[in-house]
Design a protein around this ligand. Sequence first.
Ligand SMILES: COc1ccc(C(=O)NC2CCC2)cc1-c1cc(C(C)=O)n2cccnc12
Length: 121
Amino acid sequence: LNKVEEKELTPLQEALSQLIRQLQRKDPSALFSFPVTDLIAPGYSTIIKRPMDFGAMKEKVKNKYYQSLEELKEDFRIMCENAMIYNKPETIYHKAARKLLHSGMKILRPVRGNGFYSKSP
Ligand SMILES: COc1ccc(C(=O)NC2CCC2)cc1-c1cc(C(C)=O)n2cccnc12
């Protein structure tokens, strides 16, 4: 019988998944859950060179792309900064991104890599 082996999550994957869940609670309208398309945001793909969203971050955790907490933090920052670059300051998206960045950093800043996972010695 082909046994479906359940995917054991590594401690890092567990920690990163938990952090993303906490961060997503700060985005109740799910404006950052999925990729921004050129359809809803004209010219987006020409302006924003490194698109990022929570779905992509979860995929990267699943594929063991992240080697450290720092790399997740960087993607989170890029995601928020993209929204503050593309959307004018008075838009709900720019304001939501600024708010998300601040509340998200309160969650991520105190989280200490235990040294084992961070690349830098
Ligand atoms: C996955 O992205 C989205 C998903 C849903 C919505 C959405 O529900 N917009 C309604 C709230 C007022 C229209 C908006 C967005 C959205 C995010 C963004 C970001 C993050 O820049 N955005 C920019 C311009 C236009 N729409 C958006």
